[in-house]
Design a binder for this molecule. Structure first.
Ligand SMILES: C[S@@+](CC[C@H](N)C(=O)[O-])C[C@H]1O[C@@H](n2cnc3c(N)ncnc32)[C@H](O)[C@@H]1O
Length: 212
């Protein structure tokens, strides 16, 4: 099960909805959320864009089952992003939040001038949580994102502080790639904390499919 604290993710969800609303072509018909998990962003987009068919795809059957119970307007499927179950040039946009996908599959399925929207961690993402685990915290390196067949149109940063309960902080740690480095003592210390303040730092990128 994925930990989805509304307080932590609501500002990112609101920012995505606002940006997508502004840039999505008015005639857009189909959007796909790759690695949609339990559908937190997918469901919100389906509600905000009723004229667009929203699709969600994830390799986790359990996550898709949970999403299906909550978001009935979304078409969901269990599949790997290595081979998207969509025809050539059928999607007006793809959302990819911390999920893998081959560039060729993005280029194959997105219509000319369609969008790929990615969210990746900025340098200070989860800084205070990392400080619990590592003696010296390394800032997350910013990597340029090159998607063959697409041109980067816009890049936005979003940073805010989360105020988490101890159980929320411990659950968030479990979701991170550095959880395996955390000792049992660190996990217990987090659980015993009343409030844990932690920075988020996101990079939101909009890539537009080239017209060939
Ligand atoms: C960190 S979670 C993000 C979930 C969701 N996008 C969100 O932000 O709430 C990454 C998701 O990608 C999915 N995933 C990982 N590899 C995948 C693959 N090859 N194909 C499809 N989904 C994948 C995982 O199952 C997981 O739900």
């Amino acid at each position: 099960m994925f930990y989805q604290c509304p307080l932590c993710h609501q500002p990112l969800q609101a920012a995505l909805l606002q940006h997508i609303h502004r840039v999505l072509a008015p005639q857009a018909q189909a959007l796909l959320d790759i690695g949609c998990g339990e559908g937190y962003y997918t469901g919100a987009l389906a509600e905000a864009l009723p004229a667009v068919q929203m699709f969600g795809l994830d390799i986790s059957k359990a996550a898709i089952q949970r999403a299906a119970k909550r978001y009935t307007a979304v078409e969901l499927c269990v599949a790997s992003s290595r081979r998207l179950p969509f025809g050539d040039v059928t999607l007006d946009g793809i959302l990819k939040i911390y999920a893998p996908c081959d560039g060729e599959e993005l280029a194959r399925t997105v219509k000319p001038q369609g969008l790929v929207i990615t969210v990746s961690p900025g340098p200070r993402h989860l800084y205070q949580l990392k400080a619990q685990v590592y003696d010296a915290v390394m800032l997350h390196p910013i990597k340029a994102e090159v998607l063959p067949g697409f041109t980067l149109q816009a890049e936005h940063t979003l940073a805010y502080e989360m105020s988490l309960g101890g159980d929320e902080a411990a659950a968030l740690l479990q979701m991170t790639p550095f959880a395996w480095r955390a000792s049992q003592a660190v996990k217990q210390q987090l659980l015993d904390t009343e409030r844990f303040a932690c920075e988020t730092d996101f990079i939101i990128r909009f890539h537009q499919r080239d017209v060939e």
